[in-house]
Design a protein around this ligand. Structure first.
Ligand code: SF4
Length: 221
């Protein structure tokens, strides 16, 4: 969803892809695949393809990859980066006994507006049926995800995340309090230091906005 990659070639296991300098290899359809992405073990793509939804989509790696895979004639990418559902892939985690960390839809966005609720529900049903696995679900469509999940129970083995862009600007636009805690181990210049040395200045200021204790954010679905 947001990593740089390049195709390096083929080996007996299928395509070799490079993510930020580390290689992953993929099977012949880029559906359920082993990966060397540091924060996951396997990708699972019950849908592929997407449409751009924010400035952060500008350099979407999935789009570049999908087009290359189409050009290479890889099954499942006949339509390149156009959204496609793959119900035949839904049961893949059920067949895997070894507890595995799955990155769900590395080649799509599960909460894309053209993916029916029923299909997303089937994806979550598979997660429920495979409590020995862990599923990482990341989306740029936070509102739809919130609306979808609100009346439902999220399985304990699902890690839900959203991609946040221009958070200060979003807070301003929505009249929301902005609190910037700290840079952490990596400073604004990309250098590693102690958290204290990196400080908590953001665009030259400290930001300590906090909502009142009874200030729960409204949700609209
Ligand atoms: S939301 Fe879709 S287009 Fe945007 S980065 Fe993610 S996969 Fe790419």
């Amino acid at each position: 969803m947001f990593l740089d990659f390049r195709v390096r070639g083929n080996d007996k296991n299928g395509l070799i892809l490079t993510f930020k300098g580390s290689s992953i290899y993929d099977q012949d359809e880029i559906m359920s695949t082993r990966t060397k992405i540091e924060w996951t073990e396997q990708t699972w793509n019950p849908s592929t393809g997407c449409t751009k939804v924010s400035p952060g989509c500008k350099h979407c790696y999935a789009e570049i990859m999908a087009r290359r895979l189409k050009a290479m004639g890889v099954k499942g990418y006949e339509n390149g980066f156009s959204l496609a559902l793959h119900p035949n892939r839904l049961n893949e985690p059920l067949a895997r006994r070894k507890p595995t960390m799955y990155f769900v839809n590395s080649m799509s966005d599960l909460f894309h507006e053209d993916i029916p609720d029923d299909f997303i529900g089937q994806v979550f049903e598979v997660m429920k049926q495979t409590p020995h696995h862990t599923f990482q679900v990341l989306t740029k469509r936070a509102e739809r995800m919130a609306c979808f999940l609100k009346p439902r129970e999220v399985p304990d083995n699902a890690w839900i995340g959203v991609t946040v862009e221009n958070i200060k600007g979003q807070c301003d636009a929505n009249n929301t309090f902005f609190f910037f805690k700290q840079w952490g181990a990596w400073g604004v210049d990309g250098k590693r230091r102690s958290k204290k040395a990196n400080g908590r200045l953001f665009v030259g200021h400290t930001w300590d906005g906090m909502p009142p204790l009874n200030g729960l954010l409204p949700t609209t679905c």
